[in-house]
Design a protein around this ligand. Structure first.
Ligand code: FE2
Length: 277
């Protein structure tokens, strides 16, 4: 087993600085802006938030597993659901199949260094099931409450692993990730379930509170990669600074694990592919 593998299993996360070049990060930011410019206001204005136990669950969200869909910050819409300002600075995220549908995102996701790293971590054959461009714009970017990614991509056994790419510097002021080394040695607290009829429910599996006291800020520079175990509790604070904190995140599952139909994200599983794509 490689040293990286051992470290990942011990800490539940890895921080790898200088994983991507600044040029590669900029190319993704530019592409996201182009995609946002192609969004037609009026089609849909779906808000994405995970604060106060509020979970996005409208049809637009539930149907976004195999699409490039746009989600807005709660504070970007007025009481009538209309955008207060421009589209781009109001976006919370774009998801959830960028890695399969967009050539620029596909190349970034399945880059030579990702093939090399995931091979070293014995994760190269994991299926990439979800991708998100997360904006966290200056002053408007909202909180993401403490959670485990396996809650949203539940498999039996648990196999969810996330890859979080810093497209800009991320620090305590603009809403970096927070987590505790070894924090993944714990139970899965909940499962975000899609119910018949199109509603969703946060099903409690273990009501123990998260221990957030020992969590540390994962401050990273533009170009860094953070690998996250699916059971690792983590969160990020609102961006109260004047600097945006854009990140790109992908999530993977083992192809042989059971992926239930109750998971919110559903797509044709025969279309999924790994890092060799
Ligand atoms: Fe997460």
């Amino acid at each position: 087993m490689s040293t990286l593998c051992t470290q990942f299993q011990t800490d539940g996360y890895l921080v790898i600085e200088d994983f991507n070049t600044h040029e590669a990060c900029d190319a993704l930011i530019i592409r996201a802006k182009e995609l946002a410019e192609g969004y037609r206001p009026g089609e849909n204005k779906s808000v994405f938030q995970t604060s106060d136990q509020v979970q996005t669950s409208d049809d637009y969200f539930l149907d976004s597993g195999d699409k490039v869909s746009f989600f807005f910050e709660k504070d970007a819409l007025d009481d009538h659901g209309n955008l207060k300002g421009e589209v781009y600075p109001s976006l919370n995220k774009i998801g959830h199949a960028l890695h399969d549908l967009d050539p620029v995102f596909n190349a970034f996701t399945r880059s030579p260094q990702m093939k090399q790293l995931t091979t070293a971590l014995e994760l190269d054959r994991q299926w990439i099931i979800q991708s998100m461009l997360i904006f966290k714009h200056a002053r408007i970017g909202g909180v993401v409450d403490v959670h485990q990614d396996s809650t949203f991509l539940f498999t039996t056994p648990d196999t969810c692993v996330g890859f979080w790419f810093a497209l800009e510097d991320a620090n305590a002021q603009n809403g970096c990730l927070w987590a505790k080394p070894g924090g993944h040695h714990t139970t899965l607290r909940s499962h975000f379930v899609r119910k018949n009829g199109g509603s969703t429910e946060m099903k409690t599996l273990d009501s123990s509170p998260y221990d957030t006291g020992d969590m540390v800020p994962l401050e990273v520079k533009k170009g860094a990669l953070v690998v996250l175990h699916g059971l690792l509790p983590h969160y990020s604070l609102p961006n109260t600074s004047g600097k945006s904190r854009q990140a790109y995140a992908i999530h993977t599952i083992h192809p042989q694990a059971h992926y239930p139909e109750t998971n919110w994200l559903q797509r044709d599983m025969s279309t999924l592919s790994d890092f060799h794509g």
